[in-house]
Design a protein around this ligand. Structure first.
Ligand code: DOR
Length: 428
């Protein structure tokens, strides 16, 4: 079926479009974006009235954890893709820390095949940089790329040995694979369960200092400068990291960065009461860090907003704080938290959309994130003013580990469209 989306405010930062347009989709591709398009005669064309809504390129989440293979009780490729669709994402890139780790072409092929048959959005696997995420032996990145990976990362772990990290980058360059860095000095963060500071002291919990992140951000920036190969810094959480990345960009070093909505929304105080749903790595930081993250988003230091959707079940979360798993889900809340920045005047709508569409597409080198005619019709339609309350009992994710339960937000996904097919709302 073809689609005519009428009367919406079309925002496509990649082509500089922001205005009232109609958008025609034929055979799964964007056919035209024009002020007024008449419904084509004699073809089966569904008309969607998007008056009062924003029509954007399908959102892209470049940092998702699906738990398949290995921990399907937390999330599957199918359930994670449904959570993505409900959150407005038409493409997600999934990290390699599954079980087994996605460190071979066989695992990559399994994920791609599962996604082909079970996912309602595009799933792009990210391969491990080192075998078993152990930071020792490089993976066969070329084989994995042929099987479908779009980037490499040991997310969840830092490649601690700098020489190995250098070789990872040089090997990734051979295959033109983006390198995504999880920045954490595991010696400095060891035993820490939340941000190191006054709140941790009051709660009697061991802290993770900001420098545990910053020292590796600095190292990986230096490696990017030395090798000339770009690095993408994952889930930036501290003011110091923002400063390092900003300085590096000013010096022309090829570095890009992402943050996750929880870092510009919450602070370490979300942990008070030993709320394990607020336990995440890197940890929630201070109000000053949160302000710096917002500033970094606004001035372009931080290119991308990514969910870092990290599903865990009650088995890992309904335990003592020290023993709880790190991570929170985010696919179904990321857009609303991003729109809060727009409503608060921190970002323009264009900036927000850019960080959820064309910027991740460029970093992952995907031919997506735009509504230019001829491209695959991945589209998200958003009512920016609809109020709703985050309710973990209504998530499509298999997991419920969100510290945002009960938060009132403004801005809701109405339609998620993948290659011209409406995938959300889900068919009855
Ligand atoms: O909190 C986190 N959870 N941080 C990570 O880096 C990994 C993730 C997970 O996989 O649960």
């Amino acid at each position: 079926m073809d689609l005519l989306i009428r009367n919406g405010r079309v925002i496509d930062p990649a082509s500089g479009i922001d205005g009232r347009y109609d958008l025609l989709v034929l055979n799964g591709k964007i056919q035209a974006v024009q002020p007024v398009i008449k419904p084509p005669a004699a073809i089966d064309c569904r008309i969607i009235d998007a008056a009062g809504c924003i029509v954007t390129p399908g959102l892209i989440d470049m940092h998702t954890h699906l738990r398949e293979p290995g921990h399907e009780y937390k999330e599957t490729i199918q359930s994670g893709s449904r959570a993505a669709a409900a959150g407005g994402f038409t493409s997600i890139a999934c990290m390699a820390n599954t079980e087994p780790v996605n460190d071979t072409a066989a695992v990559t092929r399994f994920i791609c095949e599962r996604a082909r048959t079970q996912a309602c959005v595009n799933v792009f696997p990210i391969g491990a940089m080192t075998v078993g995420l152990k930071g020792e032996t490089l993976t066969e990145m070329g084989d994995m790329k042929a099987a479908g990976i779009v980037a490499v990362s040991d997310d969840g772990r830092t490649v601690a040995d700098t020489e190995v990290m250098r070789r990872c980058m040089e090997y990734a360059r051979t295959f033109d694979l983006p390198v995504i860095c999880h920045c954490e000095d595991h010696n400095l963060s060891r035993y820490g369960v939340m941000h190191e500071g006054i709140t941790a002291m009051r709660l009697g919990l061991r802290g993770i200092p900001p420098i545990a992140e910053e020292i590796i951000v600095a190292r990986d920036i230096l490696l990017a400068a030395w090798t000339g190969y770009p690095v993408h810094i994952a889930h930036v959480s501290t003011a110091g990291s923002v400063r390092l990345i900003s300085d590096a960009k000013q010096r022309g070093i090829p570095v890009t960065a992402e943050t996750a909505p929880h870092y510009f929304t919450l602070t370490e105080e979300a942990v008070i009461g030993f709320n394990t749903d607020a336990k995440v790595n890197p940890p929630l930081r201070t109000a000053e860090d949160r302000a710096a993250i917002r500033e970094g988003l606004c001035d372009g230091t931080i290119d991308v907003i990514a969910s870092d959707h990290a599903p865990h079940s009650s088995l890992e979360k309904d335990v003592e704080f020290d023993n709880a798993a790190y991570g929170m889900i985010g696919l179904e809340t990321s857009l609303a938290l991003t729109l809060a920045l727009v409503h608060e005047g921190v970002l323009t709508m264009n900036q927000a959309i850019e960080k959820l569409t064309i910027n991740p597409a460029r970093i992952l080198r995907l031919p997506k994130g735009t509504l230019v005619p001829g491209t695959e019709a991945d589209i998200t339609i958003i009512d920016p003013n609809q109020r709703w309350t985050i309710d973990r009992d209504h998530f499509f994710s298999k997991s419920k580990n969100s510290p945002l339960h009960g938060m009132p937000v403004t801005g809701k996904v109405l339609y998620t469209i993948v290659a011209g097919t409406v995938v959300y709302p889900f068919p009855a």
